[in-house]
Write a protein that binds this ligand. Structure first.
Ligand code: ZN
Length: 501
């Protein structure tokens, strides 16, 4: 058994290396690569992806998994070896169903689409990318159809990022959430808008980056095992557990852009940096789902980084870094500014109250695209229509409409958005548990100390990597299934106080 497990691990290390090579190529493409590299880069990433796929789906891996089944069954569920075999088998079954040829063609298409989108968005040219998007919808359907027996065609695609969630269960959860969110958003937006002009002054780039980096260092982000670079659309990526990188974008006329995207991506990175080093190179060395991943970015960005106690500590330092801009602005004004609630057009800039409404629009539209009830050519107008009805405004163009998010232009259509809202729900769930275990956490945050919170998250969530599914993790940490109650409680308490509701 030991020999077979060793052989399985060696095969998994090779697959992991190829995937990490692909990640380096992707990071480079999104940060420093000149435009001339695009065509070859798409091919190179496809090659790495194809070889990784071939190696992972090799029948010999299936045979090893079969041979190891009795060993797995002899172990407790949470034993590392049992988890490794279980998670590998799950991934194996998922990937053996998608033909290598289809996957490689899709990856090459996807890299090309990304390049076209990166140019089409600033030029407000949806037509330039629409044929590619049509093909993406088609590929997404083909890939979903490799998993017959689903209730909804989006279900297999949702499983890729949030295993166990279904289009129908997400719809139900979202409907429940919408019922609580809409009145809250209405009560707030009926009031006078918070004044956030203090954030819209000129803030030099280097000072902005330095301030954000100082905070995430205090959070526990390890720069010996990571770095930060600039990109169009901020993301976190990992080349090994010892190299977990983040990216951001800076706007000199908007302090919140780089600052909160830095706190957000650092939250993702803290999760990956916190995974048990013994899992390095195996399928366990990843965050377990996109929802759980997002719960960590949101927790550090919002629950911590937009709280009053946090800014009681950091605001004087921010004022010292930008005395001309903030010297005369009170903490209260600043706190209200970074928590401004308004109907807005851009998901990534949206406040905590309206954010999920943006996600629900995208989730519904991608289900409609996959079902075939919506065509790509009608998508921009449908987008505008939903923003009109759900958020009460219309984007002046497609750049801030249907072209605003990278997801559909750099991956599948389907399964990419529900994780954001699941993450918001779980962020409150986990944070409430951390506070129950350690009521001193808010006081520590008020001192710029994050060690107790970071350690609790590390031990309760990060260290496990993919050992437990999102639902199992929620059960382990909270003793109950996923519920929206703590999230609603959090929003109503925080914004009730801010807006005197
Ligand atoms: Zn995120």
């Amino acid at each position: 058994m030991e020999k077979k497990l060793e052989e399985l691990k060696n095969r998994l290390f090779e697959v992991n290396d190829l995937n990490m090579i692909g990640a380096v190529l992707n990071w480079d493409q999104s940060t420093y690569m000149p435009p001339g590299g695009a065509a070859a880069r798409g091919r190179q990433m496809a090659t790495a992806g194809r070889i990784a796929h071939e190696k992972f789906t090799d029948a010999a891996v299936g045979k090893l998994l079969d041979d190891l089944q009795s060993y797995e069954e002899s172990l407790p569920y949470d034993h590392d070896d049992a988890a490794l075999i279980r998670v590998t088998r799950r991934n194996y079954e998922q990937l053996t169903k998608v033909p290598g040829e289809l996957l490689a063609t899709f990856l090459a298409h996807s890299a090309e689409t990304y390049q076209i989108w990166a140019k089409a968005r600033p030029e407000n040219d949806f037509t330039a990318v629409s044929t590619h998007l049509e093909k993406t919808v088609d590929y997404s359907r083909q890939i979903a159809n490799c998993f017959p027996g689903y209730d909804h065609i989006a279900d297999p695609l949702i499983d890729f990022s949030d295993l166990g969630m279904k289009a129908e269960s997400v719809r139900t959860l979202f409907a429940e959430l919408r019922e609580a969110l809409v009145p809250l958003a209405q009560a707030i937006t009926a009031q006078e808008l918070a004044d956030d002009s203090c954030l819209k002054q000129t803030y030099p780039e280097n000072e902005q980056l330095a301030f954000g980096q100082q905070i995430i260092k205090a959070y526990g982000y390890d720069f010996e095992r990571g770095r930060q670079d600039k990109t169009h659309h901020p993301f976190m990526t990992k080349f090994s557990l010892g190299d977990v990188r983040i990216t951001t974008r800076v706007k000199e006329n908007d302090l919140s852009e780089a600052l909160f995207s830095t706190l957000h991506e650092a939250g993702h990175a803290l999760y990956e940096q916190g995974i048990n080093m013994a899992y390095e190179g195996t399928p366990l060395a990843n965050g377990t789902s996109s929802g759980v991943h997002e719960s960590q970015s949101r927790l550090w960005e919002n629950q911590v980084g937009r709280s009053r106690t946090f800014w009681q500590h950091y605001y004087p330092q921010l004022q010292a870094a930008f005395p001309a801009q903030l010297g005369a602005v009170s903490l209260d004004t600043f706190y209200r500014a970074v928590n401004k609630v308004q109907r807005s057009l851009i998901r990534t800039d949206a406040d905590e109250v309206t954010y999920n409404l943006h996600v629900m629009i995208r989730f519904d539209l991608e289900l409609a695209l996959l079902e075939g009830s919506l065509s790509v050519k009608d998508l921009p107008e449908m987008w505008h229509g939903r923003y009109q009805s759900d958020l009460g405004l219309r984007a002046p163009d497609d750049s801030d409409g249907v072209l605003q998010d990278v997801h559909w232009y750099g991956g599948l259509v389907g399964g990419a958005f529900q994780g954001y809202t699941l993450g918001n729900i779980m962020s409150a769930l986990f944070y409430e548990q951390a506070l129950t275990a350690h009521p001193e956490i808010p006081a520590e945050i008020g001192q710029g100390q994050f060690n107790t919170l970071h350690t609790w998250l590390q031990n309760s969530i990060y260290t496990h990597g993919s050992k437990f599914t999102a639902n199992e993790l929620v059960e382990r940490v909270t003793g109950a299934p996923l519920t929206i109650a703590p999230y609603i409680r959090y929003l109503q308490t925080k914004f009730g106080e801010l807006y005197k509701l």
